[in-house]
Design a protein around this ligand. Structure first.
Ligand SMILES: *Cc1c(COP(=O)(O)O)cnc(C)c1O
Length: 217
């Protein structure tokens, strides 16, 4: 598939599910992709990307930004607290706020800098033991504690359990966001982004359907 096809499918899904035209942003997930593939998507005019690893993004994006001008890059992978400072300087949004120690660190950095990337709380909607994310039952308290630290939150993010229908997870995330007055929803990947748009996604994170399969070293 191509960037253009995915973009068309997003616009078609907006129309089909009664969403405002242009209300869904496409995050092109470029982690571990060869430089030429990323360069081709930049050359096609796309300006919003997702990365999973701070070091990889640090090596890649300052150069691309110097060459192509402003590009928004969102951190969608787990973030170690000791990389938070680099992350807030490099990324326009962080989708993986998932624990109190990270929230505290981000709040301190936001105070010191007078600015913060957009922040999404990652929710472990399937309550999977090995997966990152705040458990649904802990979410209201976690959001309240973030707000008590003056940490601005944009929305919620989830990665549904593999091999399960994503739709109930997307619906649950949308309900939790609405209940907490949050308007952004980061959900949907290559295999299920249309279902996420039906459920209210504002940000879909699509990698392999744009760039091809990832070749991990
Ligand atoms: C890698 C990744 C994606 C993209 O996955 P694809 O199936 O390649 O579209 C989306 N979200 C997160 C959190 C990821 O780690």
């Amino acid at each position: 598939m191509s960037l253009q096809e995915i973009t068309q499918r997003i616009r078609a899904a907006e129309a089909r599910f009664g969403r405002e035209p242009g209300s869904v942003q496409l995050i092109a997930v470029s982690k571990v992709q060869p430089e030429q593939r990323v360069r081709a998507v930049l050359a096609a005019g796309h300006r919003l990307f997702g990365e999973n690893y701070v070091q990889e993004a640090q090596a890649k994006w300052p150069g691309f930004r110097a060459e192509f001008g402003p590009v928004a890059v969102h951190m969608i992978g787990p973030l170690q607290t000791n990389k938070a400072k680099v992350a807030v300087e490099l990324f326009d949004a962080i989708h993986s706020v998932d624990r109190p120690s990270l929230a505290e660190k981000l709040a301190k950095l936001a105070q010191a800098r007078g600015a913060s990337p957009s922040l999404f709380v990652q929710v472990n909607t399937g309550s999977e033991p090995q997966k990152a994310g705040v458990l649904p039952g802990d979410l209201d308290g976690f959001i309240a504690s973030c707000r008590a630290m003056d940490l601005p939150l944009a929305g919620l993010m989830c990665i549904p359990p593999e091999g399960e229908d994503s739709a109930p997870h997307f619906a649950a995330l949308a309900r939790m966001a609405a209940a907490n007055g949050l308007t952004s929803l980061s959900m949907g990947m290559s295999g299920d982004f249309e279902s996420a748009i039906a459920a209210g996604a504002t940000h879909v994170r699509v990698g392999s359907a744009i760039f091809g399969a990832r070749a991990y070293a």
